[in-house]
Design a protein around this ligand. Structure first.
Ligand code: NAD
Ligand code: 13P
Length: 354
């Protein structure tokens, strides 16, 4: 069958890093068209003292000077600022936007080709829909009316862009030939992909670990050491399990041991942006999240704070606060002025949970 056209929807820090892998794979595998289109949300940047369009600078230099500076991407990636043009005629869409921009973006992209499919790399976007947990991939599935897989893992973007070895988990229910195609699109010697059938488990791990990372960052802000952080990671994993099992009893235990589970939780709690901003939140005492995000991330987006706000009404509605004392405390520290030190006084509720 004809070579597949791949469009990456999003070109931030992770969007650009994964586009590098995708473009190399498209160049070496006959199953894909060589050129990869990357939709770039257009903005003006100051480049070498001149105001320029981000996409123009990218197409000249193959460097996203704002979101992944210093890394040159392969020649066969073309940035397209017009969403409709970028999306037109694609066979495979790779979604990699901060989750708050997803509904608006999908609804303005125009019709998609019959038989196309998507894979979402987006960590976040949870809401209650008629008593059931709605995922970001559900939103994409509903709007696009085609098969949607997810790819999550311990993948801090800058390290992936440097081609340091890591792994990722593809959650998919696509037909076997499409699963193999998706693995081929992402897998390489330094980015090992394993497919599992547990889409909800994979995606929920990716979203919830960002909330735990806020807790890890609070600990760093309080200057606690690695024992304390390890405890937060362990409790966090336990609460991720409790939360996910509550809404998706069919989640597989093995999912938590994949890259999307324990490995992503660990890397995010040590090397992620959520951790970094949460540390600053404690150290700067009283500064708001919007300012911290702006000052520390230079346009990149925090997902854990939004996810904490998304899951809070869900936790309350399902009366899960006593079973999720860490998630509850992280929300209260982040948004209700609770003392950050309370992150280490969870014990009674944790005993109740067992
Ligand atoms: P990012 O944090 O770098 O976000 C900035 C991106 O958002 C830019 O491309 C910007 O152009 C775009 N943007 C800004 N305003 C917009 C608008 N109104 N509409 C559409 N786009 C807009 O993005 P990222 O790091 O690529 O993250 C995307 C997803 O990937 C997130 O869900 C994140 O959790 C996940 N992820 C990130 C990493 C990482 O290390 N950065 C790793 C794995 C997964
Ligand atoms: P942050 O968004 O906290 O940087 O996490 C990145 C990530 O998802 C690593 O896998």
């Amino acid at each position: 069958s004809a070579a597949k056209k791949v469009t990456v929807v999003g070109s931030g820090n992770w969007g650009c890093a994964i586009a590098k892998i995708i473009a190399k794979n498209c160049a070496r595998h006959d199953e894909f068209q060589n050129e990869v289109t990357m939709w770039m949300f257009e903005e003006q940047v100051e480049h070498r003292g001149i105001k320029r369009k981000l996409s123009e600078v990218f197409n000249e230099s193959k460097e996203n000077v704002k979101y992944l500076p210093g890394k040159v991407l392969p020649d066969n990636i073309r940035a397209e600022p017009d969403l409709k043009k970028a999306a037109e005629g694609a066979d495979i869409y790779v979604w990699v936007l901060p989750h708050q921009f997803v509904p608006r973006t999908v609804s303005s992209m125009g019709p998609v080709k019959e038989g196309a499919m998507s894979v979402s790399l987006i960590k976040g976007g949870l809401e209650l829909e008629g008593g059931k947990m709605g995922l970001c991939s559900d939103v994409l599935r509903k709007l696009l009316k085609h098969n949607v897989s997810v790819l999550m893992g311990a993948n801090v973007a800058n390290e992936v862009a440097d081609e340091q070895f890591c792994e990722a988990t593809l959650g998919t229910d696509a037909p076997e030939k499409d699963q193999n195609l998706l693995v081929k699109l992402f897998d390489c010697a330094t980015f090992r992909v394993r497919a599992v059938s547990d889409i909800a488990g994979v995606e929920l791990c990716g979203a919830l670990k960002n909330v735990v990372a806020l807790g890890a960052g609070f600990c760093d802000g309080l200057q606690f050491g690695s024992n304390t952080k390890a405890a937060i990671i362990r409790i966090g994993l336990e609460e991720m399990t409790t939360f996910i099992r509550h809404f998706h009893p069919s989640v597989k235990d093995s999912t938590f041991l994949e890259s999307c589970g324990v490995a992503d939780l660990i890397t995010t709690c040590f090397g992620g942006r959520n951790r970094k901003c949460a540390e600053a939140f404690v150290k700067a005492g009283g500064k708001g999240w919007v300012d911290i995000e702006k000052e520390l991330l230079g346009g990149q987006k925090l997902q854990g704070t939004l996810t904490a706000q998304e899951i809070w009404p869900i936790i309350e509605a399902h009366k899960l606060t006593s079973r999720l004392p860490l998630f509850t405390t992280i929300y209260q520290i982040a948004f209700e002025g609770k003392d950050p030190k309370s992150i280490v006084s969870l014990s009674p509720a944790i005993e109740d949970a067992n």
